[in-house]
Structure formats: C-alpha cells, structure tokens
Design a protein around this ligand. Structure first.
Ligand SMILES: Nc1ncnc2c1ncn2[C@@H]1O[C@H](COP(=O)(O)OP(=O)(O)OP(=O)(O)O)[C@@H](O)[C@H]1O
Ligand SMILES: [Mg+2]
Length: 304
C-alpha cells in the first residue's frame, strides 16, 4: 500500500530524513518511532503529499505521490497533533464542512458520519460546539474527520499526546476497530512506546535514518526478552564484577539495566549470585519497546 524508496529531505545542510525506505502492506498497523527531531513528522509529511522529498520516490496504492498528489489525497486521511477543527462549529458542522472539501454531498456522508459517531460514542454530542468538548473527545472527532472520506491509509502523528490513560486506551480501541472493519492501513508515530506494542511492524529512526525494523516481537527477541535491573551505590563496580560488554548494559541514572537473552536464563541467576551481597535491589522483568528505544538511542552499533 505504501512504498517509499530512499526518501531524503534536506533542510539547509541538515538531512531531516536520510535515505529512508519503507514497504507497508495493506491493512498493516505500522509504527514509526524515534527520539525528538529524528524525522518522523517530516517522513509522514512526505508520505502524505504535504512536502516534497529532496530525493527518492513514494507510491501509495500504486500511485506516485509526486506526480499524482490529488488522487493520492483521496486515498489518505491525516490526523496531526494540532487539531484541524473549528472550535466554534459543532461536531456535525465540522464533519459536513470536511466532507464538502472532499466533494462528498451531505446525503452521501450522513450514514457514514453517524456510524462513526456511534463507534466513537459521540452521537449524543454531535450538536455541541467542538470548543466545549474534552481533549479526548476532540481527538476522537479529529480521527473521524480523518477517516470520513473512507481513505485506504490513515496517518496519525502523535494522536494521543496530552491525553490521560483511559482516553488514550479508548482512542486505540477505536483505531483498532477501524483497522479491523475497513482493512485500513495505519501509520502511527508516538512517544508512548507501549502504544506501539500492538503494531504489526515498527521502524525506529535516528537522525533521519532507519536503524531497526521488524515486528515488536522480533525486536524484543533481538534485544533480549528479559531485563535485569540492578540498583545500588557502586554501579561501575557491578559492571566490572559481571564483566559486562558495553552493548549488553545501559545506565538509567543509578539503575543498571542488563539485557538477557532467553536461552541464557542462567545468566540471571549468575547476576543474582555475583551481586547478592553488594546491591540494594535486583529485579527481573520482561523487556519492552521502551528498552529497545533506549538501547537504540544510545548505542551506535544498534542492538544485535
Ligand atoms: N521546515 C523545516 N525547516 C528546517 N528544519 C526542519 C524543518 N522541519 C523539520 N526540520 C528539522 O528536521 C529534523 C526532523 O524534524 P521532525 O519534526 O521530522 O522530527 P520528529 O521526529 O517528528 O520530532 P518530534 O518527536 O519532536 O515530533 C529536526 O532537526 C528539525 O529541526
Ligand atoms: Mg514530530
């Protein structure tokens, strides 16, 4: 559904995105992850026809984005961090206005709009001004606006930023429903990495370059499925005692994180035995995408 070949965006002498290639099949839930300034928004803007790549090519649903931007725009929906809604107008007025922009008439859109308002539990609010809604509800209306014209692809750039946990969970339930009901392809960026865990595939980018890609399951396997956290006063001493390789540990303040691959579970016991008398706390937990993120962000050599 989405193919990007070596896309690059240069601003001045800076490569905001550097030779990024992506291949995202229809119906995939794809997460584009990376630290602040790594080029996520720039990449999404290029995929969504909003800015032109300096070099490289993109097709969406087989259409070249640069030579057919109008047709591509009919196939895509966008939800960005900044709301695109008019706060003075009601939900319904906003949505009819948006449908008008796509050249869809009121009768044709009413049934779909009502189905989406039902799905997002906003039917009873449809005549309320958008300015009177909570942040979570407003974000839901933004998403309805993004999918009102039945796009094949939905781009979500940090859709849940600033929302509390229950609102974020609700938004994700809705999005999952849209993916399942309509075989929608979704490209997501988020800083809440636990939100990317249900993605089929994720790509981590750093300084505009792809550094790792795969299913969350694959990336966690590569990192090591277990993390041992060690707290105590002499972290440098523990590293020496355990003879740790640089790529196998991270320091998070005073906490030492050690990654352990599943087949080497005796390693956990060995860590516990070696450090038993000198540390305050040793805890063992499953690794998660946040660990992948901090490992990739700080290690130049990647995580393999
Ligand atoms: N219009 C622009 N002019 C100049 N530089 C830009 C422009 N847009 C982005 N950049 C630069 O490109 C880099 C990537 O920015 P981008 O917004 O894509 O990052 P991001 O991964 O979305 O970051 P965040 O997580 O903070 O949203 C940054 O260094 C940014 O300063
Ligand atoms: Mg961004």
């Amino acid at each position: 559904m989405i193919q990007a070949k070596k896309i690059t965006k240069v601003y001045g002498d800076q490569h905001a995105v550097d030779q990024l290639s992506l291949d995202i099949p229809q119906g995939q839930f794809f997460g584009l992850l990376g630290p602040n300034g790594s080029g996520k928004t720039t990449s999404i803007h290029m995929l969504a026809t909003l800015i032109r790549p300096t070099s490289g090519s993109i097709t969406i649903n087989g259409l070249d984005v640069q030579s057919h931007p109008q047709q591509v725009r009919r196939d895509i929906g966008l939800v960005f961090q900044e709301s695109a809604l008019d706060r003075m107008l009601s939900i319904e007025e906003n949505l009819y206005f948006c449908a008008g922009l796509y050249g869809i008439n009121k009768d044709a859109i009413t049934a779909r709009m009502n189905a989406l308002l039902d799905l997002f539990e906003l039917q009873s609010k449809k005549r309320a001004p958008v300015g009177s809604l909570s942040g979570g509800m407003r974000r839901a209306v933004d998403i309805i606006r993004g999918v009102l014209h039945s796009p094949k692809v939905l781009f979500l750039d940090e859709p849940t930023v600033g929302l509390d946990l229950p609102s974020r969970r609700k938004i994700w339930r809705f999005i999952r429903q849209l993916i399942d009901d309509h075989k929608l392809t979704v490209v997501l960026t988020t800083h809440y990495l636990e939100e990317a865990a249900p993605c089929d595939n994720v790509a981590f980018i750093k300084l505009g370059k792809l550094v790792s890609e795969g299913s969350p399951e694959e990336l966690l396997k590569e990192l090591g499925k277990t993390i041992v956290e060690v707290d105590g006063p002499n972290v440098d001493d523990y590293i020496k005692k355990l003879n740790l390789k640089t790529e196998d540990y991270m320091l998070d303040g005073r906490t030492l994180l050690i990654r352990v691959h599943e087949p080497q579970h005796d390693q956990v016991v060995q860590i516990q035995t070696t450090l038993r008398d000198s540390v305050d706390v040793i805890s063992v937990r499953k690794s998660n995408l946040n660990d992948v993120f901090i490992w990739l962000s700080s290690k130049d050599q990647g995580i393999s």
